[in-house]
Design a binder for this molecule. Structure first.
Ligand SMILES: [Ca+2]
Ligand SMILES: [Ca+2]
Length: 151
């Protein structure tokens, strides 16, 4: 009988845990790496507008911390056939110093396409990810692209 109570208690704990996860990933947000929620934009915007949109809805432009987060996100993006999009990495604060756009922590994980980042014309400070080959390019921040938010 004690055993049954223990199992019941365990199930309740799991349900509460699940509920917490669900309540964080509200409508439009999808659970992914380490309990983060991701939102795939339905419109394109320049990098700065994408950043502020994500913040307005309680998140940030996605910050890819490591290989596992990258793989999770790439899989989610490919499943949706999501086009090349902004991710929250930039060297706009200091040329050549890649930082997470919102938290401004230095970025240590990269997935550059060969020949990138090339800061073409000295005008490329924002990072886009292409789901086709999964590689990153520094592009002009004023280009309109879809984007992914994280919270
Ligand atoms: Ca640059
Ligand atoms: Ca480039």
């Amino acid at each position: 009988m004690v055993f049954v109570y223990k199992i019941t208690a365990l199930i309740i704990v799991f349900c509460l845990f699940d509920y917490a996860e669900l309540s964080k990933c509200t409508r439009g947000w999808h659970p992914g790496y380490k309990g983060n929620c991701y939102l795939f934009s339905r419109f394109s915007a320049p990098f700065y507008s994408a950043m502020s949109f994500c913040q307005t809805i309680g998140g940030k432009l996605v910050e890819i911390d490591n290989y596992w987060e990258y793989k999770t996100l790439l899989r989610m993006a490919r499943n949706r056939r999501f086009p090349p999009c902004w991710i929250g990495i930039t060297d706009m604060y200091s040329e050549g110093a890649w930082q997470k756009a919102t938290t401004q922590e230095s970025q240590r994980y990269f997935r550059w396409r060969s020949g990138e980042p090339n800061s073409h014309g000295g005008q490329e400070n924002c990072v886009a990810m292409d789901q086709g080959d999964g590689k990153w390019n520094d592009g002009s921040c004023t280009v309109h692209l879809p984007f992914i938010c994280e919270k």
